[in-house]
Design a protein around this ligand. Structure first.
Ligand code: HEC
Length: 161
């Protein structure tokens, strides 16, 4: 059978996509890999971010709602860098547990994992705007004296729910 024009166009497009792949991967993900870092969060929050009722809160609509407010974004950074010790209400459900501060994550790594949660894990809520390492550095520096219990209280004041 003689290949039609449409088939040739399709083949040509596929070849272009394949040719672009090897070069595209590093350009799309510079710096730390948020998906890789998320593996440590998944130990508690689960791989899909659904969490465990009464123990580990979901990383979903509350996360995305917080991420549209400056104070909420600061809270999300501090949750990772200082930890969270409730009581805490997330998506209407109570939690009274402890998240340890996540050590060994530099500013770019914190930004990468929050961006992975905001774009891949948390699927509902308002549009997500990415964190930069610079924003993480500023938020982290503002919370040097803050305890995990303070972080949980911050959640209520920034209007997380
Ligand atoms: C050892 C278990 C554990 C690990 C690991 C963990 N968390 Fe948590 N996380 C918790 C618990 C428990 C809470 C709620 C604490 C409470 O009940 O006060 C929480 C709360 C949070 C919150 C606040 C949610 C909200 O809507 O207010 C965020 C955000 C969060 N975690 C993100 C992360 C990220 C990102 C990581 C990985 C870098 C991570 N957590 C790793 C247990 C964990």
């Amino acid at each position: 059978m003689k290949p039609s024009r449409a088939m040739l166009v399709t083949l040509g497009a596929s070849a272009l996509v394949l040719a672009a792949l090897p070069g595209a991967a590093p350009a799309a993900q510079p710096g730390p890999n948020g998906a890789t870092i998320f593996a440590r969060c998944a130990a508690c929050h689960t791989a899909t971010g659904r969490g465990v009722p009464g123990a580990y809160p979901p990383l979903g609509s509350d996360f995305r709602a917080l991420a549209v407010k400056p104070d909420g974004r600061r809270y999300l950074v501090l949750a990772v860098t200082r930890g969270v010790s409730g009581p805490l209400v997330v998506e209407g459900k109570p939690f009274r547990n402890v998240m340890p501060a996540q050590s060994g994550l530099d500013d770019a790594s914190v930004a990468a994992v929050l961006n992975h949660v905001g774009t891949v894990i948390a699927k509902s809520g308002p549009p997500f705007k990415a964190f930069t390492a610079k924003e993480v550095a500023t938020a982290r520096a503002s919370g040097q004296a803050i305890t995990a219990a303070d972080v949980a209280r911050l959640h209520a004041t920034v209007g997380g729910g």
